[in-house]
Design a protein around this ligand. Structure first.
Ligand code: ADP
Length: 197
Protein backbone atom coordinates (compact mmCIF):
# COMPACT_ATOMS: atom_id res chain seq x y z
CA UNK A 1 0.00 0.00 0.00
CA UNK A 2 1.28 3.44 -0.86
CA UNK A 3 2.48 5.64 1.93
CA UNK A 4 -0.10 7.91 3.33
CA UNK A 5 1.56 11.22 3.97
CA UNK A 6 -0.17 14.24 5.37
CA UNK A 7 -1.26 17.07 3.12
CA UNK A 8 -0.97 19.32 6.14
CA UNK A 9 2.72 18.65 6.64
CA UNK A 10 4.12 15.95 8.94
CA UNK A 11 2.09 13.07 10.27
CA UNK A 12 -1.47 12.49 9.16
CA UNK A 13 -3.66 13.88 11.90
CA UNK A 14 -6.92 14.98 10.33
CA UNK A 15 -8.73 11.77 9.72
CA UNK A 16 -12.22 10.37 9.34
CA UNK A 17 -13.21 6.80 10.17
CA UNK A 18 -15.86 5.23 7.99
CA UNK A 19 -17.55 1.90 8.58
CA UNK A 20 -20.88 0.24 9.25
CA UNK A 21 -22.48 0.30 12.69
CA UNK A 22 -20.71 -2.37 14.69
CA UNK A 23 -17.50 -2.18 12.68
CA UNK A 24 -15.43 -1.05 15.66
CA UNK A 25 -14.86 2.52 14.49
CA UNK A 26 -15.40 3.91 17.96
CA UNK A 27 -12.97 1.45 19.54
CA UNK A 28 -10.30 2.18 16.96
CA UNK A 29 -10.91 5.93 17.21
CA UNK A 30 -10.15 5.81 20.96
CA UNK A 31 -6.98 3.76 20.54
CA UNK A 32 -5.69 5.85 17.63
CA UNK A 33 -6.50 9.10 19.39
CA UNK A 34 -4.10 8.09 22.17
CA UNK A 35 -1.42 7.01 19.72
CA UNK A 36 -1.67 10.07 17.47
CA UNK A 37 -2.29 12.57 20.27
CA UNK A 38 -5.48 13.99 18.79
CA UNK A 39 -9.07 13.87 20.10
CA UNK A 40 -11.50 11.15 19.00
CA UNK A 41 -14.74 12.87 18.11
CA UNK A 42 -17.81 10.66 17.91
CA UNK A 43 -20.88 12.47 16.62
CA UNK A 44 -23.06 9.55 17.82
CA UNK A 45 -21.72 9.99 21.36
CA UNK A 46 -22.17 13.75 21.25
CA UNK A 47 -25.78 13.32 20.14
CA UNK A 48 -26.52 10.65 22.75
CA UNK A 49 -25.07 12.92 25.44
CA UNK A 50 -27.29 15.76 24.25
CA UNK A 51 -30.36 13.51 24.38
CA UNK A 52 -29.44 12.25 27.87
CA UNK A 53 -28.95 15.84 29.10
CA UNK A 54 -32.28 16.90 27.62
CA UNK A 55 -30.70 19.95 25.98
CA UNK A 56 -32.41 21.82 23.13
CA UNK A 57 -30.22 19.92 20.71
CA UNK A 58 -31.12 16.64 22.40
CA UNK A 59 -34.83 17.35 22.19
CA UNK A 60 -34.48 18.21 18.52
CA UNK A 61 -32.55 15.07 17.51
CA UNK A 62 -34.12 12.47 19.80
CA UNK A 63 -36.82 11.40 17.40
CA UNK A 64 -34.55 11.43 14.34
CA UNK A 65 -32.11 9.12 16.12
CA UNK A 66 -34.56 6.71 17.75
CA UNK A 67 -35.79 5.30 14.46
CA UNK A 68 -32.27 4.66 13.20
CA UNK A 69 -32.38 7.49 10.66
CA UNK A 70 -29.94 10.35 10.19
CA UNK A 71 -30.02 13.63 12.04
CA UNK A 72 -30.53 16.52 9.59
CA UNK A 73 -27.53 18.02 7.81
CA UNK A 74 -27.71 21.60 9.18
CA UNK A 75 -27.77 20.32 12.76
CA UNK A 76 -24.82 18.01 12.10
CA UNK A 77 -22.85 20.73 10.31
CA UNK A 78 -23.28 23.08 13.27
CA UNK A 79 -22.32 20.39 15.78
CA UNK A 80 -19.16 19.46 13.88
CA UNK A 81 -18.20 23.05 13.11
CA UNK A 82 -18.37 23.97 16.79
CA UNK A 83 -16.51 20.87 17.91
CA UNK A 84 -13.66 21.32 15.41
CA UNK A 85 -13.29 24.96 16.51
CA UNK A 86 -12.33 23.84 20.01
CA UNK A 87 -8.62 24.19 20.83
CA UNK A 88 -7.96 20.46 21.30
CA UNK A 89 -8.80 19.84 17.64
CA UNK A 90 -6.47 22.53 16.28
CA UNK A 91 -3.69 20.09 15.40
CA UNK A 92 -5.82 17.16 14.36
CA UNK A 93 -8.77 14.90 15.09
CA UNK A 94 -10.27 11.51 14.43
CA UNK A 95 -13.86 11.89 13.35
CA UNK A 96 -16.04 8.86 14.03
CA UNK A 97 -19.55 8.96 12.58
CA UNK A 98 -19.17 12.09 10.46
CA UNK A 99 -19.38 12.39 7.52
CA UNK A 100 -21.91 9.69 6.71
CA UNK A 101 -22.99 10.98 3.30
CA UNK A 102 -21.34 12.59 0.31
CA UNK A 103 -23.11 15.85 1.18
CA UNK A 104 -21.68 15.79 4.70
CA UNK A 105 -18.22 15.10 3.26
CA UNK A 106 -18.51 18.23 1.12
CA UNK A 107 -19.65 20.20 4.18
CA UNK A 108 -16.69 18.93 6.19
CA UNK A 109 -14.36 20.00 3.42
CA UNK A 110 -15.88 23.52 3.59
CA UNK A 111 -15.62 23.67 7.37
CA UNK A 112 -11.95 22.70 7.20
CA UNK A 113 -11.21 25.03 4.28
CA UNK A 114 -12.66 27.86 6.37
CA UNK A 115 -9.96 27.07 8.91
CA UNK A 116 -7.22 26.80 6.29
CA UNK A 117 -7.16 23.03 6.77
CA UNK A 118 -7.85 19.89 4.80
CA UNK A 119 -8.39 16.23 5.51
CA UNK A 120 -5.42 13.85 5.52
CA UNK A 121 -7.32 10.66 4.98
CA UNK A 122 -10.46 8.56 5.21
CA UNK A 123 -10.16 5.09 6.72
CA UNK A 124 -12.80 2.58 5.71
CA UNK A 125 -13.16 -0.30 8.18
CA UNK A 126 -14.80 -3.24 6.49
CA UNK A 127 -16.64 -6.07 8.24
CA UNK A 128 -18.88 -8.79 6.74
CA UNK A 129 -22.61 -8.25 7.29
CA UNK A 130 -23.29 -11.42 9.33
CA UNK A 131 -20.59 -10.42 11.76
CA UNK A 132 -22.06 -6.92 12.13
CA UNK A 133 -25.51 -8.14 13.09
CA UNK A 134 -24.00 -10.39 15.74
CA UNK A 135 -21.84 -7.65 17.17
CA UNK A 136 -24.71 -5.16 17.42
CA UNK A 137 -26.97 -7.73 19.06
CA UNK A 138 -24.33 -8.17 21.78
CA UNK A 139 -23.72 -4.47 22.44
CA UNK A 140 -27.00 -3.64 24.17
CA UNK A 141 -27.18 0.05 23.38
CA UNK A 142 -30.75 1.36 23.34
CA UNK A 143 -30.67 2.24 19.65
CA UNK A 144 -29.19 -1.19 18.86
CA UNK A 145 -32.47 -2.88 19.70
CA UNK A 146 -34.51 -4.92 17.25
CA UNK A 147 -35.31 -3.18 14.02
CA UNK A 148 -33.33 -0.04 14.84
CA UNK A 149 -29.94 -1.66 14.39
CA UNK A 150 -31.11 -3.05 11.09
CA UNK A 151 -32.43 0.35 10.05
CA UNK A 152 -29.05 1.94 10.77
CA UNK A 153 -27.30 -0.71 8.72
CA UNK A 154 -29.77 -0.06 5.92
CA UNK A 155 -29.04 3.68 6.00
CA UNK A 156 -25.33 2.88 5.87
CA UNK A 157 -25.78 0.62 2.84
CA UNK A 158 -27.65 3.38 1.04
CA UNK A 159 -25.36 6.29 1.79
CA UNK A 160 -21.92 4.76 2.06
CA UNK A 161 -21.04 3.92 -1.57
CA UNK A 162 -21.20 7.58 -2.59
CA UNK A 163 -19.28 8.70 0.48
CA UNK A 164 -16.57 6.17 -0.29
CA UNK A 165 -16.54 7.23 -3.96
CA UNK A 166 -16.04 10.82 -2.90
CA UNK A 167 -12.91 10.01 -0.91
CA UNK A 168 -11.67 7.57 -3.51
CA UNK A 169 -11.73 10.30 -6.15
CA UNK A 170 -9.72 12.52 -3.84
CA UNK A 171 -7.16 9.79 -3.29
CA UNK A 172 -7.87 9.89 0.44
CA UNK A 173 -9.46 6.48 0.95
CA UNK A 174 -7.64 3.66 2.75
CA UNK A 175 -9.40 0.33 3.35
CA UNK A 176 -8.73 -1.81 6.40
CA UNK A 177 -10.03 -5.31 7.22
CA UNK A 178 -12.09 -4.89 10.39
CA UNK A 179 -12.83 -8.60 10.75
CA UNK A 180 -9.71 -9.23 12.87
CA UNK A 181 -8.69 -8.87 16.53
CA UNK A 182 -8.77 -5.25 17.74
CA UNK A 183 -4.96 -4.92 17.98
CA UNK A 184 -4.54 -6.29 14.46
CA UNK A 185 -6.99 -3.73 13.06
CA UNK A 186 -5.09 -0.95 14.84
CA UNK A 187 -1.79 -2.14 13.36
CA UNK A 188 -3.28 -2.27 9.88
CA UNK A 189 -4.61 1.26 10.26
CA UNK A 190 -1.25 2.54 11.43
CA UNK A 191 0.41 0.79 8.52
CA UNK A 192 -2.07 2.42 6.16
CA UNK A 193 -1.16 5.75 7.70
CA UNK A 194 2.53 5.10 7.23
CA UNK A 195 2.87 5.20 11.00
CA UNK A 196 3.90 1.63 11.71
CA UNK A 197 7.28 1.11 13.28
P1 ADP B 1 -23.23 3.65 14.62
O1 ADP B 1 -21.88 3.96 14.05
O2 ADP B 1 -23.22 2.41 15.45
O3 ADP B 1 -24.32 3.70 13.60
P2 ADP B 1 -23.27 6.22 15.97
O4 ADP B 1 -23.03 6.28 17.41
O5 ADP B 1 -22.20 6.71 15.06
O6 ADP B 1 -23.66 4.72 15.67
O7 ADP B 1 -24.60 7.03 15.60
C1 ADP B 1 -25.83 6.81 16.27
C2 ADP B 1 -26.94 7.69 15.66
O8 ADP B 1 -26.58 9.09 15.74
C3 ADP B 1 -27.19 7.46 14.16
O9 ADP B 1 -28.04 6.38 13.94
C4 ADP B 1 -27.81 8.81 13.75
O10 ADP B 1 -29.16 8.90 14.11
C5 ADP B 1 -27.03 9.82 14.60
N1 ADP B 1 -25.85 10.34 13.87
C6 ADP B 1 -24.53 10.17 14.23
N2 ADP B 1 -23.72 10.76 13.33
C7 ADP B 1 -24.51 11.30 12.37
C8 ADP B 1 -24.28 12.00 11.15
N3 ADP B 1 -23.05 12.26 10.70
N4 ADP B 1 -25.35 12.41 10.42
C9 ADP B 1 -26.59 12.15 10.82
N5 ADP B 1 -26.88 11.47 11.94
C10 ADP B 1 -25.88 11.03 12.72
Amino acid sequence: MADFTSRNGGRPRRLVLIGPPGSGKGTQAQILADQLGVPAISTGEMLRAAVAAGSDLGKRVRRQMSGGGLVDDPTMAELVRERLARPDAAEGFLLDGYPRTEGQAATLEEILAGRGQSLDGALLIEVPEEELEQRMAGRGREDDDQGVARARLEVYRETNPRLVGYYQRQGLLREVDGHQPIERVTLDILAALGEAR
